[in-house]
Write a protein that binds this ligand. Structure first.
Ligand code: PMP
Length: 303
């Protein structure tokens, strides 16, 4: 564990990690009122930063939260925060909360949204799980229905996901799948799901009740380039059980094979060839498709 100092951006100022604080009256804390993004930096490249910012601003618009800076200013703030922390490989947590207000849930009592950028290192799953694949389960907790809180909004209200994570923990597995109210597979607690059947990839469409993941989109693009057809189509638990391959995608999870679901072995019980080729292509893509934090270094390394 490296003992380097970390700097956290709060509303245009930097604070040391242990001094980075927001008010207990912040409605992000009191009510989960806010939006966020998780973003990765690979070798100085902020992977698909523009796409993350578009999703952040879309989420904020949907909950009528006015982010107090333009998308260009936000992009610069994110890049600066990574530089300030001197990291080439990092995880960025970008949070915009409604800000401090009264104890009433009324957002009109909040005057100043808080913009927070945390840059740190992350490791979600062990190398062992990337090599051998992940056993998962489906859980009784269903995905929020879109008319209640649309799963396309990446809001600070993650209780639905946390309940799923608790069920995964109790089952002794690293991730779990939620179904939507009609019994179609929606997504994991913090990642999207793909299955492979007879050379075709399937992933649930957003309307089933999934976040439209940036990694999910990157995998769809790569599948296209590698010649694997992709269908955004609802499917059930049964379809997952009988799939040839399955994998999860997410900023923290990247691409990780699923080798067992509810005790059913998926395919051969090992990460499948299409999953492995997509992971390999993904690892190349993440170093180039995004915004460079240290353009001077990248230019020099070209020589
Ligand atoms: N679904 C949920 C519920 C998530 O929290 C995440 C992580 N942001 C994802 C899917 C994957 O999205 P992305 O690839 O953009 O990280």
């Amino acid at each position: 564990e490296e003992r380097e100092e970390r700097w956290v951006y709060i509303n245009g100022k930097y604070f040391r990690k242990d001094e980075a604080k927001v008010s207990v009256f912040d409605h992000g804390f009191l009510y989960g009122d806010g939006v966020f993004e998780g973003i990765r930096v690979y070798d100085g490249n902020v992977f698909r930063l523009k796409e993350h910012l578009e999703r952040l601003y879309d989420s904020a618009k949907s909950i009528m939260l006015k982010i107090p800076m333009t998308m260009e200013e936000m992009q610069q703030a994110v890049v600066d925060a990574v530089r300030k922390n001197g990291l080439r490989d990092a995880y960025i947590r970008l949070v915009v909360s409604r800000g401090a207000g009264s104890l009433s849930l009324d957002p009109e009592s909040c005057s100043d949204p808080q913009v927070i950028i945390i840059v740190d290192q992350v490791r979600l799953f062990s190398q062992e799980l990337y090599d051998n694949g992940l056993p998962i389960v489906t859980v009784p907790t269903r995905r929020n229905i879109p008319d209640a809180l649309n799963p396309k909004i990446k809001s600070l209200n993650y209780l639905n996901n946390i309940l799923v994570k608790i069920e995964a923990n109790r089952a002794g597995v690293g991730e779990a799948l939620m179904l939507n109210e009609d019994g179609y597979v929606a997504e994991g607690s913090g990642d999207n799901i793909f299955i492979v059947k007879k050379g075709v990839l399937y992933t649930p469409p957003g309307y089933v009740g999934a976040l439209e993941g940036i990694t999910r989109k990157a995998i769809m693009d790569l599948a296209d380039q590698l010649g694997y057809p992709v269908k955004e189509q609802p499917f059930t638990r049964h379809d997952v059980y009988i799939a040839d391959e399955a994998f999860l995608t997410g900023t923290a999870a990247e691409v990780i094979a699923v080798v067992e679901v509810d005790g059913r072995q998926i395919g051969t019980g090992k990460p499948g060839p299409i999953t492995r080729s997509l992971l390999e292509a993904f690892r190349k893509l993440v170093r180039v498709d995004g915004v460079q934090v240290y353009p001077e270094v990248s230019a020099a390394s070209q020589l």
